[in-house]
Design a binder for this molecule. Structure first.
Ligand code: FE2
Ligand code: FE2
Length: 367
């Protein structure tokens, strides 16, 4: 057996790689290899919130009395898509990365981060239950909506590949092993593991940094341009703040690898998979543009937004996400986006530990 929950040998985690090292023992934070990860965890704790703290009673009236049928479609479709994204993120990080991590500050961040994705999932139930007496029909329709489910594979492919090979590695260690999905023996060596980890990190970074933003823009447009659904907007701003933190932390992990701080072998594997990594962001961008086109098809409109504006915004946010991960930008000549009004709803993603604020003050999002 390769994996152990507690490595009884004396290990100095500050000299261990982030992944595939000697194995973790004491979760300690007096000395850490990468303080940015410990700070990200502290920041995430400081951002604790619960959807039930936000009153949605006005939203319910506005949903049925003010929104058009088309606007209700856009509103619900986005919530359903976000529900898929956060279902993945609440489940997969520890499963994919947890048993491969070898420094405590990364393990703890990876424990705490999905807990907040679970809060996001709880939010969707809170929002949808507020509008529909029985939200089951809305949730049941997610896995039969081809516009949503046809991006699930792209979302989960890098995770699933790492989970399968990573589990075989954790049980049997390096060597030739049968990989069921490939129906063949595969040489599992350090380079293959490093490459799978880097690709999964990139897919996660694209998810956190790009995939939510069509939905975020629409949610904020309801409030900014129609002066409705302010409770929903408040919840989405909490979620956007968390996603910005996740993008920053995972981007910093990628950049640490890209710049060679994890050693020459990690950097060489990063450079080797860079075309595949770039393709992950391209595919993500293309799918999100297609999602915007779907939302605004059949004459559906939302004041303050159109597909062209969203595409420009996505190009900007894709560039920012990639550069944050030490990856050359896909759209180096992209113009500034045309949705400047949304900036006040979003956070920069700077990870700075903030003191815990009083319970009621947490509802106020603009700091
Ligand atoms: Fe989330
Ligand atoms: Fe997230």
């Amino acid at each position: 057996m390769s994996y152990t929950t507690f490595n009884a040998k004396q290990v100095d985690a500050t000299t261990e790689p982030m992944f595939l090292g000697s194995g973790l023992n004491v979760a300690r934070y007096d000395r850490v290899k990468y303080r940015f990860l410990d700070k990200a965890t502290d920041q995430q704790f400081a951002q604790f919130w619960r959807p039930e703290e936000v009153d949605l009673s006005r939203d319910k009236l506005e949903f049925w009395n003010t929104l058009t049928e088309d606007q209700r479609y856009i509103f619900l479709a986005n919530l359903k898509y976000q529900s898929l994204l956060d279902s993945v993120q609440a489940r997969a990080p520890m499963l994919a990365f947890g048993h491969l991590i070898s420094i405590p500050e990364l393990e703890t961040f990876t424990v705490v981060w999905p807990a907040f994705e679970a809060i996001h999932d709880k939010s969707y139930t809170h929002i949808i239950r507020n509008v529909f007496p029985d939200p089951a029909a809305v949730f049941d329709s997610i896995v039969v909506d081809e516009n949503i489910i046809n991006r699930a594979q792209a979302l989960t492919q890098a995770y699933d590949e790492l989970i399968e090979i990573g589990m075989i590695y954790s049980v049997y260690g390096y060597g030739y092993h049968v990989v069921p999905s490939r129906n063949e023996r595969v040489m599992i060596d350090p380079s293959l593991m490093r490459r799978l980890i880097i690709k999964a990190l990139a897919a996660v970074n694209a998810l956190e940094g790009v995939r939510f933003y069509v939905s975020f823009l629409c949610s904020f447009a309801f409030t900014e341009k129609l002066n409705v659904m302010a409770g929903n907007s408040k919840i989405i701003r909490f979620i956007a703040r968390d996603e910005a933190l996740h993008r920053k932390a995972i981007g910093d992990v990628l950049k640490t690898i890209a710049t060679g701080k994890e050693g020459a072998e990690w950097k060489a594997d990063f450079d080797a998979v860079l075309p595949e990594v770039t393709q992950i962001y391209q595919e993500c961008f293309d799918q999100e543009v297609a999602w915007a086109e779907h939302l605004f098809a059949n004459g559906r409109t939302l004041p303050g937004l159109n597909v062209s504006h969203i595409k420009g915004f996505l190009a900007n946010v894709t560039n920012q996400t990639m550069l944050g991960g030490g990856i050359p930008a896909l759209f180096p000549t992209a113009e500034p986006h045309q949705v400047q009004w949304v900036n006040k709803y979003l956070y920069s993603g700077n990870v700075q530990a903030a003191p815990q604020r009083p319970r009621l003050a947490r509802i106020c999002l603009v700091e």
